[in-house]
Design a protein around this ligand. Structure first.
Ligand SMILES: [Zn+2]
Length: 315
């Protein structure tokens, strides 16, 4: 089993608690990923720009980025075979390594309104950015801005164009519907919703409606099914492996193919994980369950091939 997971907030915990990415008692660590059979984990720097109103995100981002780079250095010094994915060539090489990580940013306020900062963050290894968190920033409105109806700003369009040019994944999880449709129109490359589920099954504002799911399919993009209990079931206490399956199955049936669905657990960022998914080790029972429903080829696509294929097109 090789698992590509498009979103976790593990870096936040590592920085705040001073813990190690190799082994910890959080939802995710590299040791358990390797024991599982390996995988590629997107590691997001979540930037709480609502606390900054609005500038100061860049300094915050660099602090967490430094933690990531120090952790990667430590893994390599300890002889642990973990690839940091930065190029198309790295993507083609992922399966030859025990594990891999990809540096991401969750909240475009990280760039403090500066395309120069965006380019520098790319140079430091950032390969995916969630344009907004749930609030408004200078790129677009997030899903909490229910009444504003705001889509991409002029600056937001420049950010999408620059990310397309650099080869950085444009992530539409958290963005409000108007911005979502603006990104679909503006992006010249396939996009990603790193951690979002189906609104038809669970009507949370963070989930995607059927039109959005179809649009990501047509855009050749990818949706990472997330394990946040609140986005899986109306009562998060009911969230379980079967709920994850139901969201996957809804999307597969809706789009009529298995090329655009993957995982985006949101490990270490979720308060209410499914009762039988308590960390990265529980990909095993999840995939075992999915194997009773789908062919080996579909399982391989959902667990890793679709994400690698998207990265091959965008990076
Ligand atoms: Zn999130």
């Amino acid at each position: 089993m090789f698992i590509c997971d498009c979103h976790c907030d593990t870096l936040t915990e590592l920085y705040k608690k001073g813990t190690s990415i190799y082994a910890n008692d959080q939802h995710f660590d590299i040791q358990r990923l390797i024991e599982l059979g390996g995988g590629l984990q997107f590691c997001a720097i979540y930037v709480p720009t609502q606390e900054f109103r609005y500038y100061g995100g860049l300094r915050y981002t660099l602090q967490y980025l430094d933690k990531y780079l120090q952790e990667v250095k430590k893994l390599h010094a300890d002889g642990i075979d973990v690839l940091q994915v930065r190029t198309k060539e790295d993507v083609a090489d992922v399966l030859n390594h025990k594990a891999a990580t990809l540096l991401a940013i969750e909240e475009g306020g990280a760039i403090d309104g500066s395309l120069e900062a965006l380019r520098c963050l790319y140079e430091l290894g950032v390969r995916a950015m969630t344009l907004t968190w749930s609030n408004r920033n200078d790129i677009a409105d997030g899903v909490n801005e229910e009444k504003s109806g705001g889509g991409l700003t002029v600056f937001g369009r420049q950010v999408v164009a620059e990310m397309n040019k650099l080869g950085m994944l444009v992530d539409v999880s958290h963005i409000a519907p108007a911005g979502f449709w603006d990104v679909i129109e503006a992006s010249t490359k396939p996009i990603i919703a790193t951690h979002s589920n189906a609104k038809a099954l669970c009507p949370h504002p963070r989930n995607l409606d059927d039109q959005q799911i179809k649009a990501i399919n047509e855009n050749d993009g990818l949706i990472g099914i997330t394990f946040a209990g609140q986005f899986l079931e109306n009562d998060y206490n009911d969230a379980c492996i079967e709920s994850v399956y139901r969201h996957i199955d809804h999307m597969l049936n809706l789009i009529g193919n298995d090329d655009h669905i993957g995982f985006g657990s949101d490990f270490d960022g979720i308060s209410h994980p499914p009762y039988n998914i308590q960390g990265v080790q529980d990909y095993k029972p999840l995939v075992d369950f999915l194997a009773t429903k789908y062919s080996d080829s579909t399982i391989a696509k959902i667990t890793h091939q679709n994400v690698l294929s998207l990265l091959g097109k965008v990076l």
